[in-house]
Design a protein around this ligand. Structure first.
Ligand code: VGL
Ligand code: ZN
Length: 218
């Protein structure tokens, strides 16, 4: 079932990590990452509730390969909480790479949620850090505000968007991924794996064009 009709009172658009370091020329560039800006800007005008996430790491973050002598980006290491892919340094707090893309229209965001700020724990999901137990507070925020269905857009489809969508589901929200407003890193087949995981969780992937306001329900 593709949910075409938006309910402006209880739907929220979660725009994930549309930051310079994930766009072309950035330190962890997602291929074509900047292409999500235009659809995301358009989507934000369609929702009454918009939340942005911002990857926000201190220098020396343990998800950075540079924090592990002898290790290289995209290798996996075991941290206290389990396996962790090592990344190039990215989205370092206060640096231009951590800023939102300059064409992303921030005006309608009611919350900007920063994540990954604990030096020892990465946070792909907007709901839980990668130890899978430390909550970010987003579930409480959404519940307290009566928001029940989360539409996701942004970067990267196969990491922060995927993990956020799965956790939204686990936290009893409905989740829908708007795929043309996402781009994937696609490391070792991670894009196809993300599609499989979303399907397994019953999370639909739709196109922006599939959405209609309730008044013009097709
Ligand atoms: C992300 C890897 C590391 C993402 C963030 O936004 O998908 N991926 N940090
Ligand atoms: Zn990160």
């Amino acid at each position: 079932m593709i949910p075409r009709a938006l309910d402006r009172a209880t739907d929220v658009l979660l725009v994930v990590d549309v930051q310079n370091d994930f766009c072309s020329g950035g330190r962890l560039a997602v291929p074509g990452g900047e292409a999500v800006v235009r659809p995301a800007d358009h989507l934000m005008t369609r929702f009454d509730h918009v939340v942005l996430t911002q990857d926000w790491h201190p220098a020396g973050h343990l998800s950075f390969a540079s924090a592990h002598p002898g290790r290289r980006p995209y290798e996996t290491v075991d941290l206290d909480y389990g396996p962790q892919i090592l990344w190039p340094d990215h989205c370092v707090q206060g640096t231009p790479g951590a800023d939102f893309h300059s064409d992303l229209n921030l005006v309608r965001a009611e919350l900007v949620l920063r994540k990954g700020f604990d030096r020892r724990i990465d946070s792909y999901s907007a709901f839980f850090e990668n130890d899978r137990t430390t909550a970010t507070g987003l579930a409480g925020y959404l519940r307290d505000r009566g928001l029940r269905r989360v539409f996701l857009a942004g970067l990267a489809f196969d990491f922060c968007v995927l993990w956020s969508a799965e956790d939204a589901c686990r936290q009893d929200f409905a989740a829908v991924v708007i795929e043309d407003a996402c781009r994937a890193l696609d490391i070792d087949g991670s894009q196809a794996e993300a599609r499989r995981r979303l399907a397994a969780a019953g999370i639909p992937c739709i196109a922006s064009g599939d959405l209609a306001d309730r008044a013009v329900r097709a």
